[in-house]
Design a protein around this ligand. Structure first.
Ligand code: IVH
Length: 664
């Protein structure tokens, strides 16, 4: 094996080990920074040596080329479904059926698992390597989503033990509740559509033709069973999960339990129904499985469901209530969103008054009308959703709801763009659009004006004290004291936090301007690329298209904004008001290191990030691995093996002081 192959193998194994520690066991051993360094070394090595065996390479985890369709593929064994039980009686009946069919009179041992509310998939490992991943499809034939599944970091690309010839691992792909909320917020910030619940978000993400998008979203996977197998054996369902875990796959074993009889199952069901809301992900019931594999085999199937298992569904947390009104909410991108205003009702212990109706198409599909009685539930335990209309209770004189043709705030005609379901108010002066943009501007991840909340911003706009972002920086004590319920101390806090927000960074500032499709990540790339506000404002299409992750749609949106005099003038006013950027990232100061590559190793008198920033600021490139092509190795105290390697390869060595002298 040549040294590159050896290093490549080492890197693959190390990275996968850290993936497992971080994503499956939740016990990381190295920092994200160190992980990224190793990852970059792997990617570079693969670029230089395309002949390396990339079969289980973690480099697949960032996504692959765009697909036009998913290809179809038959399952070796059909993916079945479960019979449902809705209450304790159904569960007792299930137990009786098991006993009757198996001709047993004593208690049956069951294994219980949470019923994960995600998407069923099958991972096919051949000789220990993940070769394919299929969706359930119709149970016989699924879709090949391998590229997407490889981006899910908790799924091992290679099993952690040898000797398994074939193993089809089955389980659910899902998104955690907090990640779902963050994803929706991010989608909202970018002006893209949001998802109704975590399940839809997971489904939309798994079925992305662009696996780079999948890679950017936090999908998770938990295994709960297997399909075909060879070179693998088990005799109890409870062992199966343990063995799957040993092979490196995540399961929900901590929430599973052996129950010696059906009575214990009934207790477990009650317990889980009470604690389900505390779990980080959605479950919609509990799966009860006969624990003995031998007995499972004896029981076999009926229709398309095994006789040895049942899904004990939780009572749907639904309630009926009245739609009193359909209000229109206006977002900062001008999108009009219909919202049901309902007679407050308890759903799963939480009071619900509002539910989004998403858009006109959705209202039409469900035919929701003012005065209707509807069935609501909390979608994904998080967002209330109208499921359907109770038609028997519809009042005689009701009329279908139509979206307004004019913005309810400013009265301007709304527009519908091709390929979008949403209608928008495109009036640049619409007060509602402005208030929402202002809330975004002041929000934590944008300018972070801590003491200025949404309500205060609404009041400031209402009283005409703020008509553009920069007005915030001109507010006086007198202005604020004149508002209701503002004491001297809180006014001072508000002014202090406005002043504090002036110390910002270019990436936050660009993000806060609320340019359509420019979310936090894009703002970061823009700041890094252009290095200064002047550079960004002067960007043209060619320059924008070379920025990481920016395509024609985003570039056009940025250019549209930069072309507006009003926008540029407001940016200038904000800078005049005193907004400053900490120099973060490589603001270009010179090009003296142009074309040179650097690796930094050992302990320097400054943080490593700072050394990298200095190199990049002067046009140099920071790489992670030492090769004969490397221009310089910058060495601090206690350097590791890179120092030796660089010496062996005759790479030039610099101290921190040498580097500083070089860029002076
Ligand atoms: S076992 C024979 N265990 O629920 C079917 N399924 O209708 C074997 N599900 O499509 C499935 N959590 O995707 C099993 N702990 C769990 C599960 C689970 C969720 C899904 C599964 C299946 C559906 C059953």
């Amino acid at each position: 094996m040549n040294p590159y192959e050896k290093r490549h193998r080492e890197l693959k194994a190390t990275l996968e080990r850290h993936n497992h520690l971080y994503h499956v066991l939740d016990q990381p051993e190295i920092s994200d920074y160190d992980y990224d360094q190793l990852f970059m070394e792997l990617v570079e090595l693969e670029k230089l040596h395309p002949e390396l065996d990339r079969r289980d390479s973690p480099s697949h985890r960032v996504g692959a080329e765009l697909l036009s369709v998913f290809s179809k593929q038959d399952h070796r064994l059909p993916m079945l479904s479960l019979s449902n039980s809705y209450d304790l009686e159904d569960l007792k009946d299930f137990d009786s059926r098991v006993k009757k069919f198996a001709k047993l009179s004593g208690p049956i041992e069951y294994f219980i698992e949470p019923k994960l509310d995600g998407l069923a998939i099958e991972l096919i490992y051949e000789d220990g390597h993940l070769v394919r991943a299929l969706t359930r499809g119709d149970g016989q034939t699924g879709e090949d989503v391998t590229a997407n599944v490889k981006t899910i970091r908790s799924i091992p690309l290679k099993l952690r033990e040898d000797g398994v010839k074939l193993l089809e691992v089955r389980g659910e792909v899902l998104i955690f509740k907090d990640a779902f909320l963050a994803l929706n917020q991010d989608q909202d910030e970018k002006g893209e559509h949001t998802f109704a619940n975590p399940r839809n978000a997971a489904a939309g993400t798994l079925r992305q033709l662009d696996s780079r998008i999948t890679a950017s979203r936090p999908l998770r996977f938990f295994a709960h069973g297997i399909g075909a197998f060879e070179g693998f054996s088990y005799s109890l369902q409870s062992d199966l999960l343990e063995q799957i875990e040993r092979l490196g796959l995540p399961t929900t074993s901590k929430l599973c339990q052996i129950c010696p009889n059906i009575e214990a199952v009934l207790d477990a069901y009650d317990d889980l129904a009470k604690t389900r809301h505390k779990l980080p992900f959605e479950i919609d019931g509990m799966v009860v499985k006969v624990n003995s594999l031998r007995l499972q085999d004896d029981l076999g199937l009926v229709a398309r469901s095994p006789r040895w298992a049942t899904a004990a569904k939780f009572k749907p947390e639904q309630a009926q209530t009245l739609i009193e009104d359909i209000a229109i909410q206006i977002g900062r991108t001008g999108v009009l969103t219909p919202v049901a205003v309902m007679t407050p009702v308890l759903v799963g212990g939480v009071k619900v008054t509002y539910a989004t109706l998403h858009n006109a198409e959705e209202i039409e599909r469900k035919d929701v009308r003012i005065g209707d009685t509807v069935l609501v539930h909390r979608a994904g335990d998080v967002i209330p959703e109208v499921i359907s209309v109770v038609l028997e209770k519809r009042p005689k004189k009701s009329e279908p709801f139509t979206m307004p043709s004019r913005c309810p705030t400013c009265g301007e005609k709304v527009e519908r763009f091709p390929e979008e379901v949403a209608v928008r108010c495109v009036n640049a002066f619409c007060p509602s659009v402005f208030v929402e943009s202002l809330k975004h501007f002041a929000s934590r991840r944008a300018m972070n004006i801590e003491k200025v909340g949404d309500r205060l911003l609404e009041t400031l706009v209402e009283k005409n004290l703020v008509t553009k972002f920069s007005d915030l920086y001109a507010l006086t004590k007198k202005d604020l004291m004149a508002l209701d319920r503002q004491g001297e101390k809180s006014v001072q806090n508000i002014l202090d936090s406005i002043a504090k927000s002036k110390q910002s960074s270019l990436e936050r500032f660009i993000f806060s301007l609320g340019i359509r499709f420019v979310g936090e990540q894009t703002a970061k790339h823009l700041a890094k690329h252009f290095g200064s506000l002047e550079g960004f404002l002067a960007a043209d299409e060619t320059a924008l298209m070379t920025v990481e992750e920016i395509g024609p749609k985003v570039a056009k949106s940025i250019l549209d904004q930069l072309g507006k005099k009003r926008f540029v003038q407001e940016v200038e006013r904000l800078i005049k008001a005193g907004i400053e950027f900490k120099i973060k990232g490589p603001a270009r100061v010179s090009q003296v290191l142009q074309g040179q590559s650097f690796v930094v190793t050992g302990t320097l008198p400054v943080k490593r990030d700072e050394a990298h920033a200095l190199i990049e600021a002067n046009g140099g490139k920071v790489v992670s691995g030492v090769s004969s092509k490397l221009s310089y190795l910058v060495v601090g105290e206690d350097p590791g093996s890179k120092f030796q390697k660089a010496q062996d390869l005759n790479v030039k060595i610099l101290s921190w002081e040498d580097l500083q002298a070089l860029v002076k």
